[in-house]
Design a protein around this ligand. Structure first.
Ligand code: AMP
Length: 190
C-alpha cells in the first residue's frame, strides 16, 4: 500500500494522471475538488458557500476540506491512495501528516508537476474551445484560472519546501505527453 500526493497548479494534468494510476495500479483517487463538487450538488447552505469560493478560484476553508479528507483517509486505511488537489497549503500538509500518523501511516511520495504558466493558460483555453458548454467546469475560464494560479503560487508552492525537507519530493516535467508523464510517475512510485 502506498500513499502519494500529486502537487501542481490547476490544469497541469494531476487529474488525468490520477485516473491512469487508478486504472493501472488500483489506486483510490481522493480529489478534494471532486469531493467538494459533490457537496455543492446537494444544494445545502454549505454547498452554496463552497460553490461561491470554487467559482471565484479561491480556496475553500481548511476546516471544510480537512473534515472531508480526514474521514476518507480513515476509510481507505488499507488501500493505496492518491491525494489529488490536497494538501493545498502548509496547514493542510501538516494536518494530513497528523491524520496519517494517527493510523500509523505516512506519505510515501510527493510528486511535483512542473509546468510553464503560459502553457497552462494555453491548455485551459483549448479545453474551453474544444469542450461542449455543458462539459465545462464553472471555474474553466481564463480570469478564474489566472486567480487559481496566483492562489497556487502564494498558498500551495510553500509546501514544496516542506516535503523537500522530509526527503519525499520528486519533480516531473508535466509538459511532456500524457504517456511519458505517466512513465515518470510509475518509475517514482515503483
Ligand atoms: P480542483 O478540482 O482540484 O482543481 O479544485 C477546484 C477548486 O476546489 C479549487 O479552486 C478550490 O476552490 C477548491 N479546492 C479543491 N481542493 C482544495 C483544497 N485542498 N483546499 C481548499 N480548496 C480546495
Amino acid at each position: 500500500m502506498s500513499r502519494i500526493v500529486l502537487l501542481g497548479p490547476p490544469g497541469c494534468g494531476k487529474g488525468t494522471q490520477s485516473k491512469l494510476l487508478v486504472e493501472k495500479k488500483n489506486y483510490i483517487q481522493l480529489s478534494t475538488g471532486d469531493l467538494l463538487r459533490e457537496e455543492t450538488s446537494k444544494n445545502s447552505d454549505l454547498g452554496k458557500k463552497i460553490s461561491m469560493l470554487m467559482e471565484s478560484g479561491e480556496l475553500v476553508s481548511d476546516e471544510i476540506v480537512i473534515n472531508i479528507i480526514v474521514n476518507k483517509v480513515e476509510e481507505y486505511v488499507n488501500k493505496s491512495v492518491i491525494f489529488d488537489g490536497f494538501p493545498r497549503n502548509l496547514n493542510q500538509a501538516k494536518v494530513l501528516d497528523k491524520a496519517l500518523e494517527n493510523i500509523s501511516l505516512e506519505l510515501d511520495s510527493v510528486i511535483l508537476f512542473k509546468i510553464d504558466f503560459d502553457i497552462l493558460k494555453e491548455r485551459i483555453q483549448n479545453r474551453i474551445k474544444e469542450a461542449a458548454s455543458n462539459d465545462l467546469r464553472k471555474d474553466d475560464n481564463i480570469e478564474i484560472l489566472l486567480n487559481r494560479i496566483e492562489v497556487y503560487k502564494s498558498s500551495t508552492l510553500p509546501i514544496v519546501e516542506y516535503y523537500e525537507k522530509k526527503g519525499i519530493l520528486s519533480k516531473i516535467n508535466a509538459m511532456e505527453d500524457i504517456d511519458k508523464v505517466n512513465e515518470e510517475i510509475l518509475k517514482i512510485i515503483s
